[in-house]
Design a protein around this ligand. Structure first.
Ligand SMILES: Nc1nc2c(ncn2[C@@H]2O[C@H](COP(=O)(O)OP(=O)(O)OP(=O)(O)O)[C@@H](O)[C@H]2O)c(=O)[nH]1
Ligand SMILES: [Mg+2]
Length: 199
């Protein structure tokens, strides 16, 4: 395998990416020693689309216009190095309170209590919709645990340059974490995200 590290000056080419398993609790997958690259965020912000875009796949990860369907934590092995981890989207309006609480707990369990020796977490937003309270809570928790965390403002195609700039300033001053932008529609932001993954 050619090192992804060497390629990130350019657009990385992913030779191997494959679904491994979906989990809702303890699982053997946590015993495998790979760096976790986790994507968390409100339903419909584009987590699955961003993963597909980063991996250069059209539909490895199911993305859909029917939000709130995924209730498991989905693991994808990427080259020999990583698990990409697609967490269930939260805050979906039609989801009942009980189910919502269950997902919240599952996400917090994964982020706080699973044993990933090496992990980077991307909190993904819809650039137009902005932060939710749960996004804020997650960022704060990860910071207090000294875990690597970044915000991805996806769907940046919905904002003009001035709005993008204002959002970046606002988010970085509120959260004190680096903010990256992406659009899977116009295909921008891939290199910058990969730089944080390999970095
Ligand atoms: N305009 C725009 N739409 C996007 C972008 N990325 C994703 N979408 C659309 O947003 C919708 C949701 O995308 P998903 O990738 O399924 O979102 P998700 O966060 O995985 O959703 P859940 O799995 O329900 O949590 C789809 O209709 C995508 O086509 C983007 O960069 N720009
Ligand atoms: Mg999804």
């Amino acid at each position: 395998m050619m090192s992804i590290m060497k390629q990130t000056q350019e657009e990385p080419i992913i030779n191997h990416a494959q679904f491994v398993t979906g989990v809702i609790g303890t699982d053997d997958v946590f015993d495998i020693d790979r760096k976790h690259v986790a994507f968390v965020g409100r339903s419909n912000v584009g987590k699955s689309s961003v993963i597909n875009y980063l991996l250069g796949r059209n539909s490895l990860v199911r993305s859909s216009s029917r939000p709130g369907k995924t209730t498991e934590i989905n693991f994808f092995e990427v080259e020999d190095d990583y698990f990409f981890v697609d967490l269930p989207g939260y805050g979906f309006a039609r989801m009942g309170e009980k189910q919502r609480e269950k997902l919240r707990k599952l996400i917090l369990w994964y982020l706080m209590y699973t044993d990933a020796t090496d992990r980077v977490t991307f909190v993904v937003l819809d650039a137009q919709a902005g932060l939710t309270d749960f996004d804020r809570e997650i960022v704060t928790l990860l910071q207090s645990e000294k875990q690597n965390v970044y915000v991805i403002a996806n769907k940046m195609d919905k904002l003009n340059q001035k709005q993008q700039h204002a959002l970046k300033l606002q988010l970085e001053s509120e959260l004190k974490v680096p903010v990256l932008f992406s659009t899977t529609l116009k295909k921008r932001g891939r290199k910058e995200i990969w730089a944080k993954i390999v970095g």
